[in-house]
Design a protein around this ligand. Structure first.
Ligand code: SAM
Length: 254
């Protein structure tokens, strides 16, 4: 069972929370199939996307710094047919300081993992490293949120998004809810999920999401030697506009 605070300490709970999340799968599979060579997934987690790509014939190397996420990733991979499992390699590493084993046909930085960077320097560092990790004809595909003021104005103590779960390990019922607030000095959106068992025991998972403006992201990718090849505000190609709350981008070497 996970310990307080770290959102990636209990991979089973993480997967329950994200069950059914599939909106991005076709986008990344479509891109990854075009890569020339193995694809690198930054923050591969429990392998939700990794396994989807491998089932589509894509060879993937996934890196992640959270041991429990990788433990579950390995467990789920072992349940795949050997041909699919054989396309995946995973490694425990922090991609902000990783020494690559590439070059890779593409780098994917999916599912808002960019928000775990604490500021411009860290995003720039990852973008520069990714530029070195790919083949000359490679690309980087990523998605992240854009700041959503309507969320940040919420009452911090207000509880929302109530859900009931069953922990598959114990059969116990859990109720969860979400609370969030905005910290202007660090430009961080804090989201705390509280999980409560029927007997009153509770644990929490605290996501700290550093938010970036669209213009800042464009400046960072350019400074890191990338060119924006395609961008949209959702995974179906909806054009970017001032109301966009999501950024889905494909970058190629400048
Ligand atoms: C939102 S999850 C996405 C998991 C998976 N890519 C997916 O699409 O389902 C983000 C993952 O990024 C990992 N992560 C965050 N910062 C990282 C870092 N600096 N180095 C390696 N992994 C990181 C977390 O441990 C977590 O598993």
């Amino acid at each position: 069972m996970g310990h307080d605070d770290d959102p990636y300490a209990d991979a089973v709970i993480y997967d329950l929370e994200h069950e059914g999340m599939a909106v991005d799968l076709n986008f990344y599979a479509d891109k990854a199939r075009r890569a020339h060579g193995k694809v690198l997934e930054l923050g591969c987690g429990t392998g939700r996307l990794t396994r989807h790509l491998a089932r589509q014939g894509v060879a993937v190397h996934g890196i992640d710094r959270a041991p429990d996420m990788l433990r579950r990733h390995r467990e789920l991979l072992a349940a795949e047919v050997p041909e699919v499992a054989g396309r995946v390699t995973i490694e425990e590493a922090d991609y902000r300081s990783w020494s690559a084993t590439g070059p890779f046909g593409a780098v994917l930085w999916p599912f808002n993992a960019l928000h775990h960077c604490s500021g411009d320097d860290e995003v720039l560092g990852v973008l520069e490293a990714a530029r070195r990790w790919i083949r000359p004809d490679g690309f980087l595909a990523l998605d992240c949120y854009l700041p959503d003021r309507s969320l940040y104005d919420r009452e911090p103590q207000g509880r929302c998004e109530y859900r009931d779960f069953q922990d598959p390990r114990t059969g116990e019922t859990l109720t969860s809810w979400e609370q969030g607030w905005w910290d202007e000095p660090t430009r961080t959106h804090h989201v705390v999920y509280t999980y409560r068992f029927l007997d009153g025991r509770e644990f929490r998972s605290h996501l700290r999401l550093r938010m970036f403006e669209h213009a800042e992201l464009l400046a960072l990718l350019s400074a890191a030697g990338w060119r924006l090849t395609r961008e949209s505000s959702d995974f179906n190609g909806r054009p970017m506009d001032r109301s966009a709350l999501k950024w889905v981008a494909v970058l190629t070497p400048a």
